[in-house]
Design a protein around this ligand. Structure first.
Ligand SMILES: [Zn+2]
Length: 359
């Protein structure tokens, strides 16, 4: 992008800087790789990462999980934790079903014909109790800056399970009840996060086909950020849809006093698709979001290096926001000093003032 690009004019007229978030969906096992990747992400201007956890991972590799969070923080990156496929209700980077749902088949959504569907009903009390305890544990135990729900499953299947029937005896109202109870579930989930730590941010990211949920989402007081995956190529639409979708989210979020987050599709791109990265980014910025987000070396690009380098080039054109959170109270990190000493040397800790300059 040239220095006199229309994008820069938009940004200067707009007079604001953007928070940049990068999703990091890579194995946590190699500390040197994490350090290199986090430094590269931070150097791109990002101030946050999204890291996803699937139900069984924290039990199997808690030390690796701790190390990811600690190293991200010391690279100057806040961490939003995504609940990967919990209850099969959200998306996640690993394409595997929810362990909870597998172990609790009685919790499955059941349609009017008695057929079960591959997700737990969010009205199931046992599931809610388990999920909220998990969230409390993560927020209390680890230094996460936010909790993110990735592409929540839309209430497109009306559930006739015994719980829903008991809660809504009027069968003709079950469809509307499903939608109402989804919002009530999300409200309780985000309230649970805030109850544990009011400073922890709450975020939800929708697919464009679910944007009809935005207005109801804006009414949830404990929800801070509403995002959208502007995946024009994956959804086989024209790149011009990025700006249209983006405006829908940004306008609704702004009217409700919430922050908006728009996601760039920098994955699954052929060599031809790569040419659309800049128009997609331009459309995204034209919607004037509060935050933008993308992926670090995510899946199925024909030229992975080129896509990341081009993404990085686009991100580095954006003025950076001062890292306000560095001066506030730190969230305690429940890791041993030996672990910290093993991976973080004082000389490696980033100079925040230096990083906040405009590149
Ligand atoms: Zn149900």
């Amino acid at each position: 992008m040239p220095e006199d690009s229309p994008l820069l004019s938009i940004l200067s007229l707009w007079g604001k800087t953007l928070n940049i978030t990068v999703a990091y969906y890579h194995p946590p096992f190699h500390p040197e790789t994490l350090k290199r990747d986090f430094e590269e992400i931070r150097a791109s201007g990002a101030t946050s990462i999204v890291y996803a956890i699937h139900e069984q991972e924290e039990q199997r590799w808690p030390r690796d999980f701790e190390r990811v969070l600690l190293m991200a923080r010391d690279a100057g990156l806040k961490v939003y934790l995504s609940l990967g496929r919990f209850g099969n209700l959200f998306a996640g980077p690993v394409f595997m079903p929810s362990w909870y749902t597998f172990q609790h088949p009685q919790s499955l959504v059941k349609d009017r014909h008695g057929r079960v569907h591959d997700m737990t009903c969010f009205n199931n009390e046992q599931f809610r109790s388990w999920l909220f305890k998990e969230i409390e544990y993560y927020v209390q135990t680890y230094p996460v800056h936010g909790i993110l729900l990735d592409e929540p499953r839309a209430p497109d299947v009306t559930c006739f399970c015994s719980v829903c029937r008991a809660l809504c005896p009027d069968i003709t109202d079950l469809q509307h009840f499903r939608r109402r109870s989804m919002m009530e579930f999300l409200n309780e989930l985000f309230t649970c996060v805030k109850r544990v730590n009011e400073q922890v941010q709450t975020s939800i990211v929708l697919l464009p086909q679910d944007l009809n949920l935005v207005d109801e989402l804006t009414s949830i007081p404990s929800l801070d950020i509403i995002g959208c995956h502007l995946f024009w190529q994956l959804l086989e639409t024209d790149v011009s849809m990025v700006e249209k979708w983006g405006h829908e989210v940004v306008d609704a979020a702004r009217a409700a006093g919430k922050r908006s987050q728009l996601w760039l599709q920098n994955f699954n791109l052929s060599a031809t698709d790569e040419a659309q990265l800049e128009p997609a980014f331009s459309g995204l910025l034209c919607a004037e979001p509060d935050e933008i987000a993308c992926y670090y070396y995510w899946r199925n690009n024909e030229n992975p290096d080129q896509v990341w380098q081009q993404t990085r080039g686009l991100l580095r054109r954006i003025p950076r926001r001062q890292l306000f959170w560095q001066t506030g109270a730190r969230i305690p990190v429940p890791v041993t000093q030996s672990l910290k000493a093993q991976f973080i040397k004082t000389s490696d800790i980033k100079n925040v003032e230096h990083d906040s300059e405009v590149l």
